[in-house]
Design a binder for this molecule. Structure first.
Ligand code: PMP
Length: 417
């Protein structure tokens, strides 16, 4: 029976990670993964999280409650929504297997609870959204809304607005990236977010925010949660947030995250908690404990939290610097193509605002889209040992002061050929 299974292609992102590991060249550079890397392109244990890893020698390994680590959930909820004690009665929160698990549990929950006709996913998006929804319920139609114009490497706000306002129906789900959109690194401006919230309210859509980069994107926890808090405070919508602690705590392998369902009333919250509990119990019983203790401790301790905020600034600063160095190198060489969009640079912002007469944000976080073509991406890998996803997305965290010149030279040569 099993022999009749159809073969699925390998996961593009993880296949590249394996290929990179196997590459013996000392020149190799990995621009593909969504993991933070330090000044020497190595994994970085955040000082704020490291102390906790080392200082808990007598920890036991008992189960967490089904909903998860209570203090963690409390802090996690406040981090996202800046909640008051009254708000807490209207939001159902449950710990999840990181951001992926939160996306999955949210999809499963919506599929069981309200059976939406369609889920609207940005084009492009994180490699896993489509698959998660397909597996949660193949009968829910998966549709794309325009998000990024690949020709001009710019946000397609008009396209998004027009599709969401004309094609959606009541109860449809819209996946929104809370900040640092993956893979484009380009977010809606505050004015644009307000317009998107207006459409969601008018059409009674269900916003489902994916928040994988809070604090990691700009270094500012409040700024990175602005979109979600706006929807929370200024609409009456029921909405979901999938929260990940993988990037902002550097706890990738610990699988720590949370799902928050904004229910608006205490009554609805009771029912939602009940259903989330059932679903999670049937799938995982309880969440991993180690990482949740680390995050709960850091978020609940003033000094550790201040250290964590310094760690976040350190990471986001490094990514901004790498954006600048990459673009400087390409400008210096007069490499063909459009590169300015990669910058988080303020002068770019002003230029854009003046020349187009609109407020626009430059790119933040670790990702940017390039217009490198599949053939050029293959040559970069095979001849220069520079790895990036077939989509042309690059991750800034693979760049260092030591390899950025090599990478710009490689881009330059490949684009001149
Ligand atoms: N959502 C988005 C937009 C992401 O980029 C990622 C990670 N690449 C995730 C969710 C999943 O994160 P986690 O490792 O916490 O499962």
């Amino acid at each position: 029976q099993l022999a009749s299974l159809s073969e699925a292609p390998p996961d593009a992102a993880f296949a590249l990670i394996d290929a990179y590991k196997a590459d013996r060249s000392p020149l190799k550079v990995d621009l593909s993964p969504g993991f933070y890397r330090d000044e020497d392109a190595r994994p970085w244990i955040l000082p704020s999280a490291k102390q906790e890893l080392l200082n808990d020698p007598i920890a036991d390994h008992e189960h967490l409650p089904i909903l998860g680590h209570a203090e963690l959930l409390d802090s996690a909820q406040r981090l996202v929504f800046d909640t008051t004690p009254e708000d807490a009665n209207t939001i159902a929160s449950i710990q999840t297997i990181a951001g992926t698990g939160a996306n999955h549990l949210g999809a499963l929950f919506l599929a069981k609870a309200i059976r939406p006709r369609t889920v609207w996913i940005s084009d492009p998006t994180w490699i896993n959204h489509e698959e998660i929804w397909k597996l949660a319920d193949p009968d829910i139609e998966r549709q794309k809304y325009p998000y990024f114009n690949k020709e001009i490497l710019d946000l397609d706000f008009e396209g998004a607005m027009s599709t969401l306002s004309s094609m959606t129906g009541e109860g449809d789900v819209v996946i929104l990236h809370g900040c640092a959109h993956n893979p484009t690194g380009r977010d809606f401006t505050k004015e644009q977010w307000k317009a998107i919230a207006g459409i969601c309210e008018q059409k009674r859509l269900i916003p489902f925010f994916d928040l994988a980069y809070q604090g990691f994107a700009t270094g500012d926890l409040d700024e990175d949660a602005w979109s979600i808090r706006y929807f929370f405070r200024n609409t009456s919508l029921e909405m979901l947030v999938a929260q990940s602690f993988s990037k902002n705590f550097g706890l990738y392998g610990e699988r720590i995250g949370g799902l928050h369902v904004v229910c608006r009333t205490d009554d609805t919250r009771t029912k939602v908690v009940n259903m989330l509990t059932r679903l999670s119990r049937a799938e995982i019983t309880t969440c991993p404990i180690n990482g949740s203790k680390i995050v709960a401790k850091v978020l609940g301790n003033k000094e550790l939290k201040a250290q964590w905020q310094r760690d976040l600034l350190h990471m986001s600063d490094r990514m901004r610097t790498m954006r600048q160095m990459l673009v400087d190198g390409l400008r210096k060489r007069q490499t063909p193509g459009q590169w300015d969009h990669i910058l988080t640079d303020v002068s770019y912002l002003h230029f854009k605002m003046h020349s187009l007469g609109i407020a626009n944000t430059a790119e933040i976080g670790m990702f940017s889209m390039t217009s490198l073509q599949p053939n050029q991406i293959r040559i970069l890998r095979e001849e220069y040992h520079v790895y990036l996803l077939p989509s042309g997305r690059i991750s800034m965290t693979g760049l260092t002061e030591h390899n950025v010149e090599y990478v710009t030279e490689a881009f330059h040569k490949v684009l001149l050929d």
